[in-house]
Design a protein around this ligand. Structure first.
Ligand SMILES: [Zn+2]
Length: 280
């Protein structure tokens, strides 16, 4: 059998390379696990969405549960035996459906209602799947894992209750879908672009606190300068510098997409970067 080889905290461990699950159409959904640093794992579910496992001396934290193709509780138990805290960066289905494998999950209350629009579905109950209750988490909270602390910051934009998690000691910023290369701001409930710029300005100091961003669809690190570059793109849209913007076709209709420039001296996991938005 293929195995991924991990070296974690000095001891070698082996994990089955694929936690394979088949969806309704018979497509195989693989979970790709990558060790980024000692005790920090990237969990890429079928290249659809990405979560992270951060292991401290006393506790571990799972950041997002993806689409629920994989029994993440089992996966995590192969990587750590620490007490596990589970956090959703925001209330979208591709970040929360795997909550069904856990007893409680932290989420910003501003996204409870949004999350319920996806999870309050009798089909889940029929299938024997139950979503656990949420525990509130928001700016000012700190998850103390033992030698590693995750500080929480609010960033309303992509969703009202989007949070960022700063892993202080490692200078890593987990951003969910709130900061990435393909920002969706065309959704119902997304604020006007000026408001996003203001909200970004409020947390821009994080540029000095972290070296890398790990977002909710990533396969590797992005330089922290993705944050100011994305903010610049949002500012251009707010200022109406949108003459060259193209249509953006998505399952909810047709919006616009605005390309933003990255810093040519920095390293990113991808170069194509856009903000999608609703034209006025
Ligand atoms: Zn999202």
């Amino acid at each position: 059998m293929n195995c991924l080889h991990f070296i974690d905290e000095g001891k070698e461990i082996y994990v089955d390379s694929f936690f394979m699950k088949t969806d309704n159409e018979g497509m195989e959904k693989e979970l790709f696990i990558k060790q980024l640093r000692q005790g920090i794992y990237l969990l890429d579910e079928a290249h659809e969405s990405t979560g992270y496992l951060v292991i401290g001396k006393n506790k571990a934290c799972l950041i997002d549960t993806m689409n629920g193709y994989t029994n993440l509780k089992e996966v995590v138990s192969k990587l750590t035996d620490r007490e596990l805290l589970v956090v959703n960066t925001h209330g979208h289905p591709d970040h929360i459906f795997g909550n069904v494998f856990f007893d409680e999950v932290y989420m910003n209350p501003s996204d409870y209602e949004l999350a319920a629009t996806f999870t309050d579905n009798p089909e889940f109950n029929k299938a024997g799947l139950h979503f656990p209750p949420y525990k509130p988490i928001q700016e000012g909270d700190v998850l103390e894992l033992g030698g590693r602390n995750l500080e929480i910051y609010n960033l309303p934009g992509h969703t009202r209750g989007g949070i960022l998690l700063l892993l202080k000691e490692e200078r890593l910023l987990f951003t969910g879908d709130s900061i990435n290369h393909h920002l969706w701001m065309q959704l119902d409930g997304c604020p006007p672009m000026e408001e996003l710029v203001k909200n970004l300005d409020r947390i821009m100091f994080l540029e000095k606190e972290a070296d890398f961003i790990l977002h909710g669809h990533a396969r590797d690190f992005d330089d922290i300068s993705l944050l100011p570059c994305m903010r610049q793109g949002a500012l251009e849209i707010a200022q109406g510098k949108t003459g060259e913007d193209e249509d953006y076709h998505w399952f909810g209709g047709i919006g616009k997409q605005h390309h933003f420039k990255l810093n040519p001296d920095k390293h990113y996991s991808q170069l194509h970067s856009v903000i999608c938005y609703r034209p006025e």
